[in-house]
Design a protein around this ligand. Structure first.
Ligand SMILES: Nc1ncnc2c1ncn2[C@@H]1O[C@H](COP(=O)(O)OP(=O)(O)OP(=O)(O)O)[C@@H](O)[C@H]1O
Ligand SMILES: [Mg+2]
Length: 253
């Protein structure tokens, strides 16, 4: 059975996709079998993994809405396997509403590949809609990237409530894996203040590893590469490798 982790925060641009790609790559480099599931219609994890959307015959939409077997849409990338997403997925929310057991579409689809992988990472859109509910229903845990800027804590209450709601209604196993501080700028007092605030509020739920803000991390996706492939000696590559070690330890791997 794979450990299934949903990366989520309804706040946009906090590092969900960057963490999905680079944690996925780092876990794969330490020998783990990884599936990255992109369920964001923006498809940033798809293009950031070096997959050209124009070449795709099928994507997550076909799995979630049309019931196509997940193996049919999986594409291999440098480090991990990927269920790609395209803009077609923007209709999924509306289409799913009329389906029976609409919250379980992803969970059911993933059953078929549970034993093929050690980790399944799900990159979510910046919303708490039906796609994210599907991810929470399918996952064991929610990993929450939080940008160390003002307003960092805003919306986290709502996010935690949604996790609680899904746990009660659809998935009793769901838990918060942890909170990951991202885009940390050590030159500013604000970053220090915000990270202290997040730690005092969430205590040991906050990962020890902190992801710094670095230009190289923001450049890698336009080359369709993880930071570990793009610039293995960069700070970003080192830190995401450290973070993967922390996650492996957490899961006793
Ligand atoms: N540690 C970092 N240092 C510098 N830039 C970063 C870092 N992490 C992410 N970025 C950049 O910030 C932007 C937002 O990051 P990312 O796409 O990972 O966030 P997201 O939460 O997935 O966004 P969305 O909510 O739109 O899906 C991207 O341009 C990304 O390259
Ligand atoms: Mg994203």
């Amino acid at each position: 059975m794979a450990h299934t982790i949903a990366l989520a925060n309804q706040k946009g641009g906090v590092g969900k996709t960057t963490t999905s790609i680079n944690l996925g790559a780092a876990l794969a480099q330490s020998g783990k079998r990884v599936l990255l599931v992109d369920i964001d219609p923006q498809g940033n994890a798809t293009s950031g993994s070096g997959v050209d959307k124009a070449d795709l015959k099928a994507d997550a939409y076909d799995v979630l809405v049309q019931g196509e077997p997940i193996r049919e849409v999986i594409v291999p990338t440098d480090n991990y396997d990927l269920v790609p997403a395209t803009i077609r997925l923007s209709e999924a929310d509306i289409q799913l509403v009329n389906q029976q057991e609409r919250e379980f579409a992803l969970s059911k689809a993933l059953t078929a590949v549970q034993d093929d992988y050690d980790f399944i990472l799900i990159d979510n859109p910046p919303a708490l809609g039906l796609l994210t509910i599907n991810a929470f229903t399918a996952a064991d845990a929610v990993l929450i990237p939080v940008q160390t800027e003002f307003y960092a804590l805003e919306g986290l209450g709502q996010l935690i409530n949604t996790v609680e709601l899904v746990r009660q209604q659809f998935n009793p196993h769901l838990e918060v894996a942890g909170i990951l501080l991202t885009m940390y700028d050590s030159r500013t007092n604000l970053a220090k203040q915000v990270s202290q605030e997040v730690r005092s509020y969430f205590n040991d739920k906050v990962y020890q590893t902190v992801i710094p803000r670095t230009v190289r991390l923001s450049e890698a996706p336009s080359y369709g590469q993880s930071i570990i492939d793009f610039d293995p000696r960069s700070t970003g590559a080192q830190v995401y490798t450290e973070f993967a070690q922390e996650v492996l330890k957490q899961y006793g791997e």
